[in-house]
Write a protein that binds this ligand. Structure first.
Ligand code: MTE
Ligand code: MO
Length: 439
């Protein structure tokens, strides 16, 4: 008899026992509430993420494509438009900002269901086994996708080139498991949330149990509520403040990098590029300074020539030649995959479609173009632009910005700027434009 009781006491000190988990805050209600927030947020991340992938023109050129084996997962790719010009600024700003803001919710959700990961026996039925397997993909895929996303934003491509592949595949695994999980759990979640009033009712209640009980109450079978709750160290209000407040803080400190203006200074966790842009016409964020890209003054000085190729051979143009062509202005932002973007800058230079005309194309029939940089190091030396991007009257080979010559860090002697395109397609220090020779 005593032996048995000793054994019980021992088991209760292990995570496999529900009695091991004593926080009075756990319960299906909390899990449902956090689940509902993720149900709204995660699909938004998925859609904006797929859009971001499409925006890279990954189907255009093996050079753009960091996921050559994407196979069927690229089924939805389409020609990324150039209008509205702020499109990528918004979709990617939302993707990164919402993603960062959901981190506390994701962590709280995982915390809220920890006891289930340890529950014994691990497999009770076929359907429960499948459910657990899907949870493995859900949790693993979720953590992996969030982690690769944050690392990319914060550490500026720790996995050069492979980030897209990892994040893209991770997202598909995560979303598949998420969809299965949501389909299984939505009915229960809705019922639990209905039964117990809105979030405020939950937060106001300081007791361990949900505030409103009904005859059909399922809390009796609430496998997440601690059977042996410890005195609370954190009230529900405290928990709400921690998760919601943490989320809001991240939202506000991240959104600044996309919204700009004085808010930019609140973007505490945002990457701030590879250098201090200073003030003046070139005083906006720099992704990679010339020195880091290995671009020297000698390469960009008097000897620099732009090589333009097409079916009618090639032309070589000095900066003076380019300045003698018709100059056009476009007010466009730089919007990086990392989520930061600039306000509109006033770019001035030669239209890409006019350059296509130099090598045998009607501007309205200009083809795709391969853009190559002087840059010798790094993964952004070449990028392919689609014909709709080349034909847009605001797509420029910019020579000046905000009334001054481009600074070396912003791509002097010439850089590409295309409306609505991700920053990475706006190649700096351009050396060569190959029209109709993308593949
Ligand atoms: N040659 C070259 N062009 C490049 C890059 C680079 O590293 N090398 N970075 C790209 C990326 S990722 C972005 S977001 C924009 C940033 O432009 P900016 O530094 O002028 O703000 O430049 C793009 N053009
Ligand atoms: Mo970027």
């Amino acid at each position: 008899m005593t032996d048995r009781r000793d054994l019980r006491a021992l088991v209760d000190r292990l995570p496999v026992s529900p009695r091991f988990w004593r926080s009075p805050l756990r319960g299906t209600w909390l899990t449902s509430l956090l689940g509902a927030v993720l149900l709204a947020g995660v699909p938004l991340l998925f859609v904006t993420g797929l859009l971001s992938y499409a925006a890279y023109n990954p189907d255009l050129s093996p050079l753009n494509d960091k996921t050559p084996d994407k196979g069927l997962l690229g089924f939805y790719l389409f020609a990324w438009p150039t209008r509205p010009y702020w499109l990528y600024r918004v979709t990617q700003g939302v993707h990164v900002t919402v993603g960062v803001a959901l981190i506390p919710v994701l962590l709280a959700k995982l915390w809220s269901v920890i006891p289930r990961f340890f529950a014994l026996p691990p497999v009770r039925s076929v359907s429960q086994a499948l459910d657990r397997l899907s949870l493995l993909f859900l949790v693993g895929g979720g953590l992996f996708t969030f982690l690769t996303g944050v690392l990319n934003v914060q550490l500026d491509y720790v996995f050069p080139g492979s980030f897209y592949r990892l994040h893209f595949y991770g997202a598909w695994v995560f979303m598949s498991a998420f969809a299965a999980h949501a389909a299984l759990r939505i009915p229960g979640t809705v019922r639990i949330l209905r039964q117990h009033g809105g979030p405020l009712a939950y937060i106001r209640s300081t007791t361990a149990r949900p505030p409103v009980r009904t005859a059909s109450d399922t809390t009796a079978s609430d496998d997440l509520a601690a059977p042996d709750p410890a005195p609370p160290t954190l009230s529900r209000r405290g928990l709400a403040a921690l998760v919601g407040g943490g989320s809001m803080l991240l939202l506000l400190t991240t959104a600044g990098q996309s919204i700009g203006g004085p808010l930019r200074r609140t973007a505490l966790f945002a990457p701030h590029g590879g250098g201090d842009p200073g003030d003046g016409p070139n005083g906006f964020q720099i992704n990679k300074p010339a020195a880091l890209a290995g671009v020297t003054d000698r390469q960009t000085g008097e000897a620099w020539r732009l090589v333009v190729t097409g079916p009618r051979g090639q032309v070589r143009l000095s900066r003076t030649d380019l300045l003698a062509m018709p100059q056009h202005t476009a007010a466009l932002p730089i919007a990086c995959v990392e989520g930061w973007s600039t306000e509109n800058q006033h770019w001035r230079g030669v239209r890409l479609r006019d350059l296509a005309a130099l090598v045998g194309y009607e501007p309205d029939d200009a083809p795709d173009v391969l853009v190559e940089s002087l840059q010798l190091h790094g993964s952004f030396r070449r990028a392919a632009l689609r014909h709709n991007q080349v034909r847009d009257a605001d797509s420029l080979l910019a020579l000046q910005v905000n009334g001054a010559d481009l600074s070396p860090d912003h791509g002097y002697p010439a850089r590409v700027i295309v409306p609505a395109a991700p920053g990475v397609l706006n190649t700096k220090w351009v050396a060569r434009l190959s029209f109709g020779r993308v593949a």
